[in-house]
Design a protein around this ligand. Structure first.
Ligand code: ADP
Length: 434
């Protein structure tokens, strides 16, 4: 009731004031009764006018888009203005809260590694994140409200969108975009659709590599096994002389050695993949590494080559000694195996002007044709398979060297000229060298 009292008070005050003024004025001109009536009406009219002015101010504020600073009237209009302002503020707060929630929700979808597209019931883009934009070649802002099928030229995706019960993901490629995408559609709401996309190029490549790897390992182990089985069968069915037996057992030992080397290399690779990154605070002496490699190299070369070792007594690399030794040893053994007699093999430690440290293994051997260089370091990639096998190679040596140096933050570099020789470099970042 407190909002009504000032209003009644103002009306009564207007009435009283008008009556008083009317009476005094009427008495002065000899018509006190008419003065009272006119004065009372005038006073009431004034009170109504003030009331109307206040209502008009409030109306003007309500028509504006402002939600704050309602006119500060007392009484009824003041109370009304205050209540409306409070209701508007509270609604605005709720809207802000909702907007923030939607923005957070969208930024979470934006951060998704998958592409997300929301399609309305007509197949038009309502929203999409930038991953979907990059996958499908659409602009998340410019292409809103456009039918997706007008923008993406992939018949498989269009058919998938129009299929009423498409649950299984499909794979497709887009003209002009390298790689393969997968797409999954889920209906929601009132005829809307959620389209999820994913670039599966890398995944397909990894699957293919894994299949190739298993096939290669089976082949590499299968071949000596077949030879061994043949010898076993021979020994079981044919009576061999002692000399023949010795020869066959020697050949069998060769095959088991080959399998042993292969298994050792496979284990070395598995260990490289499964263990944590080499530490940065364990220093391995370059000199010590070179000495150990030198001993093995001289044994393998058996004086057939000229071997030069240019060490640096003070240099050291931060990392894992067995891994560094295995990388270096694979390069030096390769150089010996692929360099004819009298050839020269040099192992040197160098520093580059940018601080990087480099193990450089150069030989004057058979060299490698340029088209093979990019693929060196892939598992089981060989330039000449029969030569590799004949010289006791597994096809994994460079893969081990490359993996080991990369785990130390470095790179394997190769330059080679056919019939002139090759240079293999293990390049270590300055941070791991002292
Ligand atoms: P492998 O055990 O067959 O030597 P690697 O992975 O060590 O396997 O080497 C891959 C291939 O790279 C080899 O088969 C060989 O053809 C080539 N290669 C490696 N090192 C040399 C080199 N120093 N000179 C010539 N060819 C090389």
């Amino acid at each position: 009731m407190h909002w009504l009292l000032p209003r009644m008070f103002m009306a009564l005050a207007g009435l009283g004031l008008g009556t008083g003024v009317g009476y005094v004025t009427g008495a002065a001109i000899g018509t006190p009764r008419a003065g009272v009536v006119l004065g009372a009406l005038g006073g009431l009219a004034l009170a109504v006018m003030i009331d109307a002015l206040r209502a008009r101010r409030l109306l003007a504020w309500l028509r504006s888009t402002q939600v704050v600073d309602a006119p500060r009237n007392s009484g009824f209009w003041g109370e009304l203005g205050y209540r409306v302002e409070r209701a508007l503020r509270s609604r605005e707060r709720d809207l802000d809260h909702e907007r923030e929630r939607i923005a957070q929700f969208l930024s979470a979808i934006e951060a998704s590694p998958n592409g997300v597209v929301l399609l309305d019931s007509h197949g038009q883009i309502e929203w999409c994140n930038s991953t979907a934009g990059a996958d499908l070649g659409i602009d998340p802002e410019r292409d809103l409200r456009q039918p997706l099928t007008n923008l993406v030229r992939a018949p498989a995706l269009v058919a998938h969108l129009h299929a009423p019960d498409s649950i299984e993901p499909i794979t497709f490629s887009l003209p002009g975009r390298p790689g393969t995408l997968s797409a999954l559609i889920r209906p929601y709401g009132d005829g809307q659709k959620l389209l999820l996309t994913q670039d599966i190029t890398q995944q397909l490549r990894v699957d293919e590599m894994r299949r190739d790897f298993v096939a290669n390992v089976s082949h590499e182990i299968g071949t000596p096994l077949t030879v061994l089985a043949g010898f076993v069968e021979t020994m079981r069915t044919i009576e061999l002389t002692q000399a023949e037996q010795r020869r066959v057992l020697g050949l069998m030992a060769e095959q088991t050695d080959r399998m042993r080397t292969l298994v050792d290399d496979l284990l070395a690779l598995a260990q490289l993949e499964g263990s944590p990154r080499p530490r940065t605070d364990q220093w391995v002496s370059v000199n010590a590494l070179m000495q150990r490699v030198e001993n093995d190299a001289r044994a393998l070369s058996a004086n057939r080559h000229e071997l030069l070792f240019e060490a640096d007594a003070s240099a050291a690399i931060a990392g894992n000694e067995p891994e560094l030794l295995s990388a270096l040893s694979n390069l030096v053994m390769n150089a010996i195996r692929h360099t004819p007699q009298q050839g020269r093999i040099t192992l040197a430690w160098r520093r580059r002007s940018n601080g990087n440290g480099v193990f450089e293994v150069s030989d004057t051997g058979i060299g490698i044709a340029p088209e093979h260089l990019a693929r060196l370091g892939e598992r089981f990639y060989r330039v000449d398979s029969s030569r590799s096998r004949a010289s006791g190679g597994t096809g994994l040596g460079l893969a081990i060297a490359k993996h080991a140096v990369q785990r130390h933050g470095g790179e394997l570099e190769v330059t080679s000229v056919v019939d002139k020789g090759s240079v293999f470099r293990l390049v270590f970042p300055a941070a791991r060298v002292r």
